[in-house]
Design a protein. Structure first.
Length: 231
């Protein structure tokens, strides 16, 4: 039993940075004029989904094609702390719908990644699992035999395309979640909306993700300037 005089420890600040919107857009761009052609479509799709959904990396990597709702631009994800096992139907306890999973473009972002497949993991590797490796049936495409892209593999691919000072110095997958919530907050999204987007239950946890840029703070400070026309 916790004594009445005990104080609750403050939630520690996260050291995960929030990248600028320009930097994020440069990585996930698909327009031929500005797209980075050395980045595979699979990676661009994953990064776009991580950013636009503000979802956890494990949630997005764990999505199967059957769970995608292209028309509604949603999908079922297994929430953090949910029980293990296959995903049941919509509305089941322990599952939550990821908002705008498939992006805003006319053609759903995950469609070209699936490459005609109608079942199995959305994000797969380019090779089949080795003969001595035990992989769950859910984590293997039943049509191609390709295995699901793991968190470690996805993180290494992102590091490969963002590292400037050698391997291991690039971005982390979780930075897309931090960046998305920060950019929404800078655009004026309320705390309740940020909680709904991130699916956090406690406001103090959302606070760890909101890291406004110096430019955003400078813009806010300008509102206090004498004679500001917007006041």
């Amino acid at each position: 039993m916790v004594p009445a005089w005990a104080k609750r420890l403050a939630v520690p600040d996260s050291e995960t940075p929030a990248r600028s919107k320009m930097a994020v857009d440069r990585l996930i761009a698909v327009d031929r004029l500005i797209a980075r052609r050395e980045v595979h479509l699979r990676e661009k799709t994953l990064w776009r989904m991580l950013y636009e959904t503000a979802g956890r990396s494990e949630e997005i990597l764990g999505v199967n094609i059957e769970e995608l709702d292209f028309a509604g631009r949603r999908c079922l994800v297994k929430a953090k702390g949910a029980r293990k096992g296959p995903l049941p139907g919509p509305g089941t306890r322990g599952l939550r719908a990821g908002d705008r999973v498939l992006g805003r473009r006319h053609r759903p972002a995950a469609a070209p990644t699936a490459q005609g497949r109608t079942r199995g993991p959305v994000f797969v590797t380019h090779r089949r699992p080795g003969p001595g490796k035990v992989v769950s049936s859910r984590d293997v495409c039943p049509d191609t035999g390709l295995a699901r892209l793991s968190y470690g593999q996805a993180r290494a691919l992102l590091d490969e395309h963002t590292a400037l000072r050698g391997p291991g110095t690039g971005w982390d997958l979780h930075e897309y979640r931090h960046s998305a919530l920060t950019h929404l907050g800078e655009q004026g999204a309320s705390l309740l909306m940020l909680m709904a987007k991130s699916r956090h239950k406690k406001p103090e946890n959302v606070r760890r993700y909101f890291k406004p840029s110096p430019e955003a703070i400078s813009e806010l400070t300008s509102l206090l300037a004498p004679g500001d026309a917007r006041r």
